[in-house]
Design a protein around this ligand. Structure first.
Ligand code: FAD
Length: 460
């Protein structure tokens, strides 16, 4: 300790103001606890500022632009748009939501401190903001510092053409050509949006197909659509260099690129926090080792992208309440969801929850599934969105254990299957639930009927 160093104190310290951290601060304030939240960049974290929200706004704008030529309904549309106006629209959405978070925190009495926190003692952090250093002592603490993009050693990060997902969401000009390295969900979402805005897009993926994390049938729909949009998809190849001609790809030469988006994964922000001082252990991947209650030590919890499990905003938010409960003495607090849905806002959208057929096969579990195609659905026909399906998965006893969905708006449907899994509903329960007609949700009924041996709008 520096002689004369004076520390302010707080009861609960939250480090990181993303969907994990700000939700934790709000829950803790509800307990009547005095809370201080430290954020080094912007309230709302990656999700609101440079992740979920701007990317989905961009995807929506790009979808509007690309649907302008649709003649499916006999209606011809033409879009008037400019990149500057789309960017301004995205900024407005982000500003609205982050201002909302700041307002909620203020109303809850949470003290927000700007700066970067680092542990200097087991119960103390130094918070650096410019030349200013502040010391804060806490009784309990929640770590919610999130993650950052991984860089590729073969692609020089300081080349002005190279950006990560954050850079790709903040481009000042629309590029003529854009190469996305990484065909996971972030790369596919960004690549699709820019292809729809008229850029010449190439997506490179090391695995033998795009979106290797989802069922093959679903990822094939996305590849097909990308090709129809004029994008090039190269799989099974690595980017080995970036030269004047573009991104050098094994077996494909140099692919021209005004912008190169590196989207090959993310790593947890745990390496520069002084966690050893606090007695917080990390696993080999740099994730915080936590118990089911999210406690890393008796007084420090960790949530969100820095803990094991899918790096998704809703997982961070759900863990927040558990961590707060554990730090307030609830010995039953546990993060134990039956399933966490994951959505890819590709075209068409893909959503998976619980056990998918291939996850079950990989775990040696016996499941049964039935896939209802949107080509047989009525609502899908009325809006000309027949690409996709709902596949419901059940265990051998008939309890719903998972789902795979692809198609228009399935991001809004998957929650229904998550609820069924959480409530241990049977296939019969799901089939007996009456859904409105004509809607995409009827596909869930149809898949359940099929799984129950009573298919209705598809042949046996
Ligand atoms: P973060 O949101 O990363 O917040 C952590 C915060 O901690 C940051 O604001 C950071 O500045 C701050 N911080 C870090 N270290 C310190 C420190 N030492 N001191 C002070 N502050 C610090 N997820 C979804 O569920 N749906 C999506 O559609 C989706 N789309 C995405 C699209 C993109 C392009 C990206 C990059 C991510 C996307 N994600 C999506 C993932 C989602 O953004 C993350 O899972 C989520 O933000 C994790 O929340 P978090 O609270 O753990 O961390």
């Amino acid at each position: 300790m520096v002689v004369g160093e004076v520390a302010e104190s707080t009861d609960l310290l939250v480090i990181g103001g993303g969907p994990g951290g700000y939700a934790a601060a709000l829950h803790a304030a509800r307990h009547g606890t005095e809370v201080t939240l430290i954020e080094r960049e912007a309230l709302g974290g990656v999700c609101l500022n440079v992740g979920c929200i701007p990317s989905k706004s961009l995807i929506h704008a790009a979808a509007l632009v690309s649907s302008s030529g649709s003649t499916d309904t006999g209606v011809e549309l033409s879009a008037t748009w400019s990149w500057d106006r789309i960017r301004a629209g995205i900024d407005d959405v982000v500003d609205g939501l982050t201002t909302g978070v700041a307002g909620l925190l203020a109303a809850a009495g949470v003290t927000v401190v700007d700066g970067t926190a680092r542990f200097s003692r087991p119960n103390r952090v130094a918070v650096v903001a410019g030349d200013d250093v502040k010391h804060l002592e806490f009784r309990r603490c929640i770590l919610a510092t999130g993650s950052r993009a991984i860089h590729l050693p073969t692609i020089p990060q300081d080349d002005p053409r190279v950006v990560d997902s954050t850079g790709a969401l903040g481009l000042k000009e629309l590029p003529g050509s854009l190469v996305v390295i990484g065909g996971g969900y972030i790369g596919v979402e960004l690549g699709t949006a820019y292809a729809k805005l008229g850029c010449n897009v190439t997506i490179l993926e090391l695995a033998d197909r795009l979106l290797p994390e989802v069922e093959k049938r679903a990822s094939q729909l996305v590849s097909r659509r990308l090709k129809a949009l004029g994008a090039t998809v190269i799989t099974g190849s690595a980017a080995t260099d970036l030269d004047d001609a573009g991104v050098v790809v094994d077996g494909h030469g140099a692919i021209p690129a005004d912008v190169v988006v590196v989207a090959v994964g993310r790593r947890p922000n745990t390496d520069d926090l002084g966690l050893d001082v606090a007695g917080v252990a990390l696993d080999d991947g740099g994730l915080v080792v936590v118990g089911p209650d999210r406690l890393a030590t008796p007084s420090i919890a960790a949530i969100g992208d820095i803990t094991p499990g899918p790096a998704l905003a809703h997982k961070a938010t759900a863990e927040a309440e558990v961590a707060v409960a554990a730090l307030h003495g609830d010995t039953h607090a546990a993060f134990d969801p039956a399933a966490i849905p994951g959505v890819i806002f590709s075209d068409p959208e893909i959503a998976q929850v619980g056990l998918t057929p291939s996850r079950a096969a990989a775990s040696g579990l016996e499941v049964q599934s039935f896939r209802f195609p949107f080509t047989a659905g009525s609502r899908s026909k009325t809006i000309g969105a027949t690409d996709g399906f709902v596949e419901l998965v059940a265990d051998t006893g008939g309890t719903v254990v998972g789902g795979v969905l692809a198609g228009h708006g399935v991001s809004e449907l998957v929650g229904e299957i998550a609820l069924a899994i959480e409530l241990a509903a049977t296939v019969e329960d799901v089939a007996a639930t009456i859904r409105p007609h004509p809607t995409f949700s009827e596909a869930i009924t149809e898949a359940a009927l099929g799984l129950d041996g009573r298919p209705l709008h598809v042949r046996r």
